[in-house]
Design a protein. Structure first.
Length: 243
């Protein structure tokens, strides 16, 4: 799959929904909790997959949610999942092809485990700045630390894992003011390195994800809420469009 194509993907792709933590409920609650102060009324989720994170966005009761997903096999699941929600629209396309033709001008844009799949992330972020309402927010969650790039990253089509400075520069160069950018999930660094760099596995089992989500995530959510970690498996960023 080429995330920069200007047409919907004709092939099958389940990459983003094979992300290690894509079905972890507590993990997504944690991410959403970090974004919550910046969530507006007109939301745009780019690369929505089958709608796992869309469900959390809908809990904020937005006036509108536009969910873009280019993959031909994930889109029907996303469409069916959003069909019963008034104001929610699923679109089978890439953002680059639709950024000037959205059903609603967004005040909050989300990339959750998506930006790393886009080869030209600088152009993508420029499109976001162009499309977003003035005063609106950009919320990004991406994998961090290039030295953690392993078999699982390659298996799901990651072009990169981000350094903090690299992500900051990308977003600022697109014209945004970064409000905060911090590491996330320090406890996941060692397991990721062991599983996907040393043992070279391509995925984790549902049981392993459930164990981590049930027992580790609630503890780390509390700790990292008090003390920002010096490193982490991911980066979470919020930025604002001022003009």
């Amino acid at each position: 799959m080429n995330p920069n194509s200007d047409a919907p993907d004709s092939g099958e792709y389940f990459g983003r929904d094979l992300e290690a933590m894509s079905f972890a409920v507590n993990y997504h609650h944690w991410i959403m909790d970090r974004f919550r102060p910046y969530v507006g009324r007109h939301l745009l989720e780019i690369g929505a997959g089958t709608g796992n994170f869309s469900e959390f966005l809908l809990q904020s009761q937005p006036q509108s949610l536009t969910a873009l997903e280019p993959s031909s096999n994930m889109f029907p699941l996303l469409h069916d999942r959003l069909a019963s929600h008034p104001g929610a629209v699923a679109i089978n396309d890439f953002f680059g092809a639709r950024h000037s033709d959205l059903p609603t001008t967004p005040d909050t844009v989300f990339y959750v485990n998506v930006l790393e799949h886009i080869e030209d992330d600088a152009a993508e972020l420029a499109y976001v700045h162009e499309s977003l309402r003035t005063g609106g927010h950009l919320c990004i969650f991406v994998p961090a630390l290039p030295w953690l790039y392993g078999t699982a990253d390659a298996a799901v089509g990651h072009f990169r894992r981000y350094r903090r400075g690299e992500l900051l520069n990308r977003v600022q160069d697109a014209g945004f003011e970064v409000l905060h950018c911090r590491y996330f999930d320090i406890a996941g660094v060692l397991p990721w390195w062991l599983l996907f760099r040393v043992l070279r596995r391509e995925a984790v089992s549902a049981g392993q994800v459930d164990l981590y989500d049930r027992w580790i995530v609630p503890v780390m959510r509390r700790i990292e809420g008090w003390i920002p970690p010096p490193i982490g498996k991911n980066l979470i960023l919020v930025a604002r469009k001022n003009d």
